[in-house]
Each structure stands twice: as C-alpha cells, then as structure tokens.
Ligand binder design. Sequence first.
Ligand SMILES: CC(C)(COP(=O)(O)OP(=O)(O)OC[C@H]1O[C@@H](n2cnc3c(N)ncnc32)[C@H](O)[C@@H]1OP(=O)(O)O)[C@@H](O)C(=O)NCCC(=O)NCCS
Length: 138
Amino acid sequence: MEEVESFIQRNTTEFNQPESWYQLLITDQETKAVIGDIGIHFIGDENVQVELGITLNTSFQGKGYASEALKGTIDFLFNDLQKHRITASVDPDNTASLQLMQRIGLRKEGHFVKSLFWKNKWVDDIIYAVLREEWVTE
Ligand SMILES: CC(C)(COP(=O)(O)OP(=O)(O)OC[C@H]1O[C@@H](n2cnc3c(N)ncnc32)[C@H](O)[C@@H]1OP(=O)(O)O)[C@@H](O)C(=O)NCCC(=O)NCCS
C-alpha cells in the first residue's frame, strides 16, 4: 500500500505537463468497469516526446482491448497534441507486450543489454518507437 500511495503522489493531476507521468484508465465501454491503465510519460521540458506503458487486468487480456486503447491514445497524442515521437520500453521476455507493440505498428529501434537495474539485477530493455509522420490513423 505504501508503494501505491507513493506512486499516486508522484503522478500529476494535470494532463500533458512537461516531465510528468499521467495515468489513464481503460474502462469497459458497456459496464464502465476499470480493466487497465495506460501510463503516459511526457518527456522533458520540451514535452514533444512521450513514453507509454500499458497494463490490462488478466481477465480482459487476449481480446484486443490493449491494442484498441493504445491505438486510440496514440491517435490523440499525435493528432490532437501534435507530439513528435512515441516510445515504449519492453522487457525482452514479455512476449505479449512485444507482440502488442508490433501489432499496433511501433518499430523496434534497439535492444539494450543490461541497461536497467530492476529488482536488484541488471536487465535488458527493448525500445519501440513511432514518429508522427509514420503513424496512420484508422
Ligand atoms: C501487454 C498487455 C497489455 C497485452 O495485452 P493483450 O491482451 O495481449 O493485447 P491485446 O489487447 O492487443 O490483445 C491481443 C490478443 O487478443 C486477440 N484478439 C481477440 N480479438 C481481437 C481483436 N478484436 N483485435 C485484436 N486482437 C484480438 C489477439 O489475437 C491476441 O491474441 P494472442 O495474444 O493469442 O495473439 C498484457 O499482456 C498485460 O497487461 N501485461 C502485463 C503488464 C505489462 O507487461 N505491460 C507491458 C508494459 S509496456
């Protein structure tokens, strides 16, 4: 609970602020139940690049909801907020997340070896990215 409280405190309550993290909720359109979240990192003072992370409740995985939510968010960030570049950092062992990034059209840009210190050990990191001029809105 302490970690959760501290995480909430670190997040801003205002959307699209330079160098901030903001959490969006993913809800079921019919029941309005919260089924996941998308973390948005508005990077640096320039605030034209964004990093995204996504989590779905396990009961709602495997139905295309993450793809739908992430594509909608990226559409909004590029079309409405005119962001320049969107990235995602993925654990190489996280097959569902790797497939998700490829499915929605992000480009694998690099595999960094032991670049993150995570849970007391050095782990690899794969970076996916897409530019506004590459993104095709459906
Ligand atoms: C990463 C994560 C969000 C991906 O969720 P997901 O449900 O696999 O992704 P999608 O919503 O795009 O669903 C795709 C799956 O639904 C299936 N699907 C069913 N109907 C679909 C539809 N209408 N449209 C698209 N896919 C559909 C696809 O075939 C695919 O199945 P497969 O994995 O067997 O190939 C999820 O695994 C998760 O929350 N993991 C824990 C948190 C995490 O690791 N986050 C990553 C940090 S970047």
